[in-house]
Design a protein around this ligand. Structure first.
Ligand SMILES: [Zn+2]
Ligand SMILES: [Zn+2]
Length: 164
């Protein structure tokens, strides 16, 4: 029942993971690299349990510490779920775009009400467009003086897997 994480894609994510850790001034330990590689590979937000399932050999406490470290370093953000479980995501916004908050939370989230999976509504191709859109709609609704610095938008519905 040993799950291997030696897929080419995860290996590739592991090298970008260690580069991201070093760029954030954090020591690139093997646990942090593995956890970050799993999050980079997931393309959605993962709970502690889901990361644990992907890395069954990683000690529980080490995993908690690695997730905390990634969050403290501003590499990931966490999204509270309706089930009171936090899910972690790297998001896809380059950190230079995210001048508003350390943990890149200037985007909304999609929550599937059937499978409870959480996805980041950030668009790598157009990282600025949702922010500009919401800033424009804020000012047209409330006035030019209003300035957003954090967006907490949640769209609920069915994900592509659950919708059919
Ligand atoms: Zn779903
Ligand atoms: Zn997100």
């Amino acid at each position: 029942m040993m799950k291997t994480i030696d897929t080419p894609q995860l290996t590739q994510h592991q090298s970008s993971a260690s580069a991201m850790l070093i760029a954030s001034g954090v020591r690139a330990t093997s646990a942090r690299c593995q956890v970050l590689a799993v999050l980079l590979d997931a393309r959605r937000a993962l709970s502690h349990l889901e990361v644990q399932m992907a890395l069954p050999d990683l000690d529980r406490v080490t995993l908690y510490r690695a997730l905390d470290c990634l969050y403290d370093a501003g590499i990931t953000h966490k999204i509270p779920g309706d089930d009171r479980v936090f899910r972690y995501s790297t998001g896809h916004e380059p950190s230079s775009v995210s001048t508003v908050s350390k943990n890149q939370h200037a985007h909304g989230h999609f929550k599937c009400t059937r499978c409870t999976r959480v996805f980041c509504l950030d668009d790598a191709q157009h990282p600025d467009s949702p922010n500009q859109l919401w800033q424009a709609s804020l000012q047209s609704a409330l006035g030019a003086g209003f300035l957003s610095h954090e967006i907490e938008l949640t769209i609920k519905g069915w994900c592509a897997d659950c919708a059919h």
